[in-house]
Structures are given as structure tokens and as C-alpha cells.
Design a binder for this molecule. Structure first.
Ligand code: 3NM
Length: 213
């Protein structure tokens, strides 16, 4: 079993809609730069569906496997099971965490996006392995993102003694990543800071450095 806390340091999330070039190329570069975790999130305008979605997921998964990077699927439980992915990430609007946990079993990673202490508590009892907390900073990447709240919830959960691995999300770059970790997160998850960077390789490397690697 992997050390989740360590693995979550630089968590790259991406799908076709987040890339200007071939997502396979973007992931290759991000891996070369040192990402530690990956989530396939095929959402938004022009998102692939059906066989095309499956084929891209398979390619990205095999890249991750080659480099021993956990491969997580956003929301799509069926796809995660078909691919035997390392885990699933869900938001509050998706299937309930308990249902997902029951379907993927205890050996897979379950990540849940939480925005309040109540959601955090519910996710924990449903068997979440880690939380995504955001948006820490304003983001344009998720159309229905809530207002940004900085690191307040991360600090609150830590002050309550909640030790579950946490990643911050939303508007995070190599310039502000250290603040998120200092607030108590184990790592940062980013989309555009890597996917739209001129060099995803250098962007990943800078993030890795800023979270203390
Ligand atoms: N979830 P970027 S914010 C996918 O607050 C996602 O739960 C969020 O993209 C949340 O790194 C977000 O480009 C978008 O800001 C993150």
C-alpha cells in the first residue's frame, strides 16, 4: 500500500478540455516534472465520451502505471471499475461516498471534495481516504466552483484533530502552494497550473519544489 500522504504532494488533475495540446503529451511532461498523483477528469466542453473516453483513460493510466503514479478517476465509477483504476474521486453532487466505497471495495482509494466541517465528517464516516478542499483561491476552471475561502477549512479541520490526508484545490500555483501546505494540507491539486503551462514539465517541477520536495 502506498503512503497516501506522501503521494498526494503534487496531485495533477486533467482531461481533454483542460489541455491545449495532446493530453497524453501533457501528462508525460507533468510526470517528467515530478507529479505524484493523477486524476482523470473528463468534463466540460468537448469532453470525450464512450469509447474515446475509455481509450484516452487507458493511455493515461498506462503512463501512470509505468511511473508508479496512482491513477484516479473523477466521478465515473463504471470507468474506474472497468479500468481497475487505483481509486475514484467524487464531489458532493456525485454518488454518495458510501455507495462508491461499497462498489470499489476497501483496497481502492476514495477521495471526496468537501466544503464544510459537516461534509468532512460525513465523508470520513463513509470511508473517504482523503479530502479535496477548495476552492482555496479563485478559479476559472470549474464553472460551478464555490466562492474561494482560502485555507480556513483546512486549518479548522486540523485544529479539530482530523488527521485524514488533505489536498487543497482551486487556483493553486507554485507561487501560493506553500501557503496551502503550511495551513495543514498534505499536498496541492492543480489543473491549469500544469495543463495550460507553456511547459507542464517545469510547472510540475516548480510545484514540487514549493511543497517542499
Ligand atoms: N474543484 P485550477 S476547484 C476541479 O473547489 C475543482 O472543489 C474545485 O482548477 C473545488 O487548478 C476546481 O485550474 C478547479 O484552478 C481547479
Amino acid at each position: 500500500m502506498i503512503n497516501l500522504r506522501e503521494a498526494l504532494k503534487v496531485y495533477f488533475i486533467m482531461g481533454t478540455a483542460n489541455c491545449r495540446k495532446d493530453p497524453v503529451e501533457v501528462l508525460k511532461e507533468a510526470i517528467a516534472g515530478g507529479i505524484t498523483f493523477f486524476q482523470f477528469r473528463e468534463k466540460g466542453e468537448g469532453a470525450l465520451i464512450g469509447e474515446e473516453k475509455y481509450a484516452l483513460a487507458k493511455k493515461l493510466q498506462s503512463l501512470c502505471k509505468e511511473h508508479r503514479i496512482p491513477f484516479i478517476v473523477n466521478d465515473d465509477l463504471e470507468l474506474a471499475i472497468a479500468l481497475d483504476a487505483d481509486g475514484v474521486h467524487i464531489g458532493q453532487e456525485d454518488e454518495p461516498a458510501e455507495t462508491v466505497r461499497n462498489q470499489i471495495g476497501d483496497n481502492k482509494i476514495l477521495g471526496v471534495s468537501v466544503h464544510t466541517p459537516e461534509e468532512a465528517e460525513a465523508a470520513l464516516s463513509a470511508g473517504a481516504d482523503y479530502f479535496g478542499i477548495g476552492p482555496v483561491y479563485p478559479t476559472k476552471t470549474k464553472a460551478d466552483a464555490k466562492p474561494s475561502r482560502g485555507t480556513a477549512l483546512i486549518e479548522e479541520l486540523r485544529s479539530q484533530g482530523i488527521a485524514v490526508p488533505i489536498v487543497g484545490i482551486g487556483g493553486i500555483t507554485s507561487e501560493n502552494a506553500a501557503t496551502v501546505v503550511e495551513a495543514g494540507a498534505d499536498g496541492v491539486s492543480v489543473i491549469t497550473a500544469i495543463s495550460l503551462a507553456d511547459s507542464p514539465h517545469l510547472a510540475a517541477k516548480a510545484l514540487r519544489k514549493s511543497v517542499g520536495e
